[in-house]
Design a protein around this ligand. Sequence first.
Ligand SMILES: Nc1ccn([C@@H]2O[C@H](COP(=O)(O)OP(=O)(O)OP(=O)(O)O)[C@@H](O)[C@H]2O)c(=O)n1
Ligand SMILES: Nc1nc2c(ncn2[C@@H]2O[C@H](COP(=O)(O)OP(=O)(O)O)[C@@H](O)[C@H]2O)c(=O)[nH]1
Ligand SMILES: [Mg+2]
Length: 194
Amino acid sequence: MTDKLKDAKIVFVVGGPGSGKGTQCEKIVAKYGYTHLSSGDLLRAEVASGSERGKQLQAIMQKGELVPLDTVLDMIKEAMIAKADVSKGYLIDGYPREVKQGEEFEKKIGAPALLLYVDAKAETMVKRLMKRGETSGRADDNEETIKKRLDLYYKATEPVIAYYEKCSIVRKINSELPVDEVFAIVEKAIDELK
Ligand SMILES: Nc1ccn([C@@H]2O[C@H](COP(=O)(O)OP(=O)(O)OP(=O)(O)O)[C@@H](O)[C@H]2O)c(=O)n1
Ligand SMILES: Nc1nc2c(ncn2[C@@H]2O[C@H](COP(=O)(O)OP(=O)(O)O)[C@@H](O)[C@H]2O)c(=O)[nH]1
Ligand SMILES: [Mg+2]
């Protein structure tokens, strides 16, 4: 099964909640035709299906906590395999959330060629999420859950960046800039991959 993904080009997109990961991924898809897999979107789709598993996920996500590693990883792997014959590369958005998730991904799927570290100040992220919350309908775009997501990001996810710096695949992207300027930096990082 995993053989199908043996030579896949994998890009991890890591950054705090509201840092602009989804926005940049959309632009990468438009220009490079990569397959965008947002782990949060995959989980929200499961919740929307109304399944028993979805109900359990909803409770975890509403609290801003992390869904068990195996659940998310299985969903990502399934989605990757479904696109394996047509994909030019994969954007794995919002995963890994902790070092352990990265290690398991490498064991079960493969190693990333690049990690885009989408960096914005906490203040900026909160502002963007509160604004997004006006229209997103997301149960976790509220002040209390945003604070928890941010805390967890600094505690569990930032160490992921340090972990991958050891193999020199991290490119830090300043996402305080306007979207198109951020994308200009992203493009350089992706172009270097080829
Ligand atoms: N690998 C992941 C991805 C998501 N989640 C759960 O799904 C929620 C929403 O994830 P996501 O959509 O990635 O949200 P944010 O990190 O806030 O990022 P953004 O809104 O910026 O996309 C998380 O808080 C968490 O409960 C998770 O447990 N594990
Ligand atoms: N000014 C500015 N706003 C941004 C930028 N990127 C994203 N946003 C806004 O911030 C909010 C969160 O972005 P999103 O892509 O959903 O972030 P994610 O949570 O990291 O996936 C959205 O409402 C965007 O409009 C950026 O580079 N500059
Ligand atoms: Mg997103």
